[in-house]
Design a protein around this ligand. Structure first.
Ligand code: MG
Length: 203
């Protein structure tokens, strides 16, 4: 399986990192080895002094597809999740400044947290989902999918022009504002539409 991530999909987060608003979705990949194993803590990697959490709504692909038309995108997923796109921000800043790929900052072991899944049929509208993340019991990020620049169905269509989507692939749909640094012993808890989706300890 592969993990496909969308960057800069919420205006408020684009502003906080002083990034340019993209003309089309920013895409990057994480390998399957970046998945944080279930019930395991997240270990801050030794090559970064500034690892950030980014809470994101996830989509799990349930059939194979390429060149998917947007009007058919809804047929390619039936579960929505929540996760964290961990980012070594200091390393990413260096790579960005040189115009180099971000993988070392985004695709390292443990950098993809995938929480619980909710059937789409239990959710009223995937384009209007509320989600939030708490760090040590304080809300640090809260968002709604209604504020995405590119909605889930648009993302699936766009991404499938470049990559064949396969069963089990996961799409990270971008983060709203409020990203920040993690420190040892932090507890990160995510919820979607009031349901607890993950709880991660940082070590
Ligand atoms: Mg992200």
């Amino acid at each position: 399986m592969k993990i496909i991530c969308i960057g800069r999909n919420y205006t408020d987060h684009i502003k906080e990192l002083e990034n340019e608003r993209p003309q089309e979705p920013v895409i990057f990949l994480k390998p399957d080895t970046s998945l944080l194993l279930k019930n395991q803590p997240f270990f801050i990697p030794p090559f970064s002094e500034d690892v950030h959490y980014e809470v994101e709504v996830l989509v799990r692909i349930n059939r194979i597809g390429k060149h998917i038309q947007e009007k058919f995108s809804h047929k390619y997923y039936d579960e929505i999740g929540l996760g964290i796109d961990f980012t070594a921000r200091d390393l990413q800043a260096k790579l960005k400044a040189k115009g180099l790929p971000w993988e070392k900052a985004k695709a390292f072991d443990g950098a993809a947290v995938v929480g619980a899944w909710i059937s789409k049929s239990e959710l009223p509208n995937v384009d209007d989902l509320n989600f939030q993340m708490k760090k040590n019991n304080e809300i640090v990020q809260s968002g709604t999918t209604s504020l995405m620049l590119w909605k889930i169905d648009e993302i699936i269509s766009y991404v499938s022009q470049f990559f064949t989507l396969k069963i089990g692939d996961i799409i990270f749909t971008g983060t709203p504002a409020g990203v920040g640094k993690v420190s040892e012993n932090d507890i990160l808890e995510g919820s979607l539409e009031g349901r607890k989706m993950f709880s991660i300890k940082v070590k």
